[in-house]
Ligand binder design. Structure first.
Ligand code: NAD
Length: 351
């Protein structure tokens, strides 16, 4: 495959291929942009079917991190790493050590964090060999918002973003009686559902894990629906918190919600679906703007900004300001919210 001509290669500062015969490590570290600071991004381990697939994934994801951090107002650039392999069978301590040494050789231009296929214990192990790993601190707190796991902060930011979208589209501040469909009640979705329930919203939930559903049904008085039914519900907000590409040609015509706002990454199957949402009068909170709570949390931890949790929460609260600006500009310029978000991010990191 030709790397330089890949559409996703555009503007990458550096892409590093790492291999280690002794440990079986095959990894790619992509640094998209460091104008605003070191490139922080998750380390994903996945049994990619081909090297091409791994390259495409790492390039696309690292670019996305530049936009996400710039929009969140962080002194960070964008990067990502992928390890080719099955995390269940191939993730050995020796492989993680080998990866840590590869990250260390980049001298801090890239900072790793957990992602699919890696977890806080893996990051902790790697941290012994390199300081360029984030999301490792276990800090007790009343609501669990400062720990190695960024999910509670992501859920809080998504909640803040839903409030901003409701104000914009429905002209109200209270979430009392708001009808919300949450797709996926994993780490983020469950905590989001809890916050929405506490704010008085009525919930419809879907997941493929029936035990999690039963727990949420009892705890939040929610209505459980089948995985395929979540799109067509007559609700105010559809909150995707499971998979990417859920806004596509099949699901879009089914949507009755007037707002799409959730934590899942890459919700639009293609950019044109952002325009289609706008044309149908559905307000879309761009995924990487509303789900930035996690990266903000990881950044505060890594930068040692421990002056107080109130500063972290105040920073996550700025997701409201960011979305409010995006929604206003989208209205004025008659452009999809995702396009506006990209433009604002570029203004920030391109300078
Ligand atoms: P998770 O794996 O804990 O939860 C995902 C949930 O979705 C699981 O309960 C799973 O059973 C369910 N699911 C899978 N397929 C489904 C389907 N077809 N229908 C309904 N439910 C289905 O993951 P998470 O950490 O909660 O992340 C959720 C989403 O948010 C992901 O897209 C992730 O990339 C994104 N995100 C997470 C964070 C974070 O801090 N964890 C940060 C930013 C973005």
């Amino acid at each position: 495959m030709s790397v330089f001509t890949q559409q996703d290669f555009a503007d990458h500062e550096q892409v590093v291929f790492c291999s280690d015969d002794k440990t079986g490590l095959k990894a790619i570290i992509a640094i998209h942009n460091t104008n605003l600071g070191p490139a922080l991004g998750g380390c994903r381990m996945w049994p990619y079917a081909s090297e091409d697939e791994a390259i495409r994934d790492v390039l696309r994801l690292s670019r996305g991190m530049t936009y996400k951090s710039a929009l969140a107002g962080l002194k960070l650039g964008g990067g990502k790493s992928v390890v080719i392999g099955n995390p269940r069978t191939d993730k050995t301590p020796a492989l993680l050590d080998s990866l840590a040494r590869a990250i260390d050789r980049l001298g801090g231009r890239y900072i790793a964090a957990e992602d699919s296929g890696t977890g806080v214990p893996d990051m902790k192990r790697m941290r012994k060999l390199t300081p360029f790993v984030a999301g490792v601190e276990e800090k007790p707190s009343d609501d669990g918002m400062r720990s190695g796991d960024p999910s509670p902060s992501t859920a809080y930011g998504t909640f803040v973003g839903i409030r901003a979208a409701v104000r914009e589209r429905l002209g109200r501040d209270s979430l009392e009686g708001l009808k919300v469909a949450v797709q996926g009640i994993g780490n983020v979705g469950y905590d989001l559902a809890r916050r929405l329930h506490e704010a008085g919203a009525d919930l419809w939930l879907s997941d493929i894990d029936s035990r999690a559903l039963a727990r949420a049904e009892a705890e939040f008085g929610a209505t459980v629906v089948a995985a395929d039914e979540i799109f067509a519900l007559d609700v105010d907000v559809f909150a995707p918190c499971a998979l990417g590409a859920v806004i596509n040609d099949r699901t879009l015509p089914q949507l009755k919600a007037s707002i799409v706002a959730g934590a899942a990454n890459n919700q639009l199957a293609e950019p044109r679906h952002g325009l289609a949402l706008m044309n149908r009068g559905i307000l879309y909170a761009p995924d990487y703007v509303i789900n930035a709570g996690g990266i903000i949390d990881v950044y505060y931890e890594h930068a040692g900004l421990d002056a107080g949790r109130s500063e972290l929460i105040a920073h996550i609260d700025r997701i409201d300001d960011n979305l409010t600006e995006i929604f206003a500009r989208s209205r004025r310029e008659e452009r999809p919210t995702g396009e506006v978000a990209d433009a604002i991010a570029e203004e920030r990191f391109k300078g």
